[in-house]
Design a protein around this ligand. Structure first.
Ligand code: 16G
Length: 245
């Protein structure tokens, strides 16, 4: 039963009923009680189950459709927003991926700082020990829903200062953005700390991706670790048979 899974409206809450219902559904989506592409019961059934008017139900759903957490399909009903398909055959930024799907990207900074290169970063970025790098750690959102955690390191020579990165690292890199990347993928379970930052259940599955990006001159400009939510993404790539010779 829907109510058993999603829960009831809190007692004694003085917020308008549509807001309470909207919040309840939002939490159920964020905590994966309701899954991507899942159909919601018809409005009249929701109204009956929660003892709300249909106007109230509709208003709550409207808010979540506006926030792109739900989508309405003509004649079929209301669905939890589908997973994002990320094309792995092209180099794109998180911001570009989201904008191209009509979703609003947004990030929360965890840190943005100048640092001395670590031995591992020095190897990956081809820098001498003691060089300065900029490190960026962000939680990345689409339409207010957490999608990924990302930690990037770039050589200090690629940017005027760490503050040059506002919404998009690749925008800030400009002509220095990667045109060739090497990537490594690994299936992971999010740690408790990561799950708390993304506000998802502990031990949720994810995909850890390490990207090493090279600019047009072949110079390394990015070492980034991304942890994408496994329930939010499908990774797609077109592969071809290598041409002989
Ligand atoms: C993507 C890249 C990441 C890059 C970021 C830049 C993958 C697996 N990772 O998340 O390496 O740093 O985009 O995004 O695609 P931004 O320009 O929106 O900051």
């Amino acid at each position: 039963m829907f109510v058993d899974r999603v829960g009831r409206l809190p007692e004694g809450d003085t917020a308008p009923l549509y807001r309470q219902f909207e919040r309840l559904l939002r939490q159920a989506i964020e905590h994966q009680v309701l899954l991507p592409d899942e159909a919601l019961p018809p409005e009249r059934d929701l109204a009956a189950a929660y003892n709300l008017s249909r106007v109230t139900v509709r208003k709550a759903l409207d808010g979540l459709v506006e926030a792109r957490m739900l989508t309405r399909r003509q004649g079929a009903g209301t669905f939890v927003a589908p997973r994002v398909e990320k094309n792995f055959a092209a180099i794109s930024s998180f911001t570009e991926d989201m904008l191209s799907r009509g979703r609003a990207p947004h990030s929360r900074w965890i840190s943005r700082a100048e640092a001395v290169v670590s031995p591992e970063e020095a190897m990956a970025l081809g820098l001498s020990p003691g060089s300065t790098v900029y490190r960026f750690t962000r939680i990345r959102y689409a339409d207010g829903v957490s999608m990924a955690l990302e930690s990037a390191t770039v050589p200090a020579s690629s940017l005027p200062s760490p503050d040059a990165v506002e919404d998009s690292l690749y925008d800030a890199l400009g002509d220095d953005r990667p045109v060739r990347v090497l990537q490594r993928f690994r299936a992971v379970l999010f740690t408790d700390e990561q799950a708390a930052l993304l506000k998802i259940p502990k031990n949720s599955p994810g995909l850890a991706i390490e990207r090493r990006g090279y600019n047009a001159e072949g110079r390394p400009v990015e070492l980034t670790r991304s942890w994408y939510r496994g329930d939010a993404y499908d990774f797609v790539a077109e592969l071809n048979v290598p041409r002989a010779g």
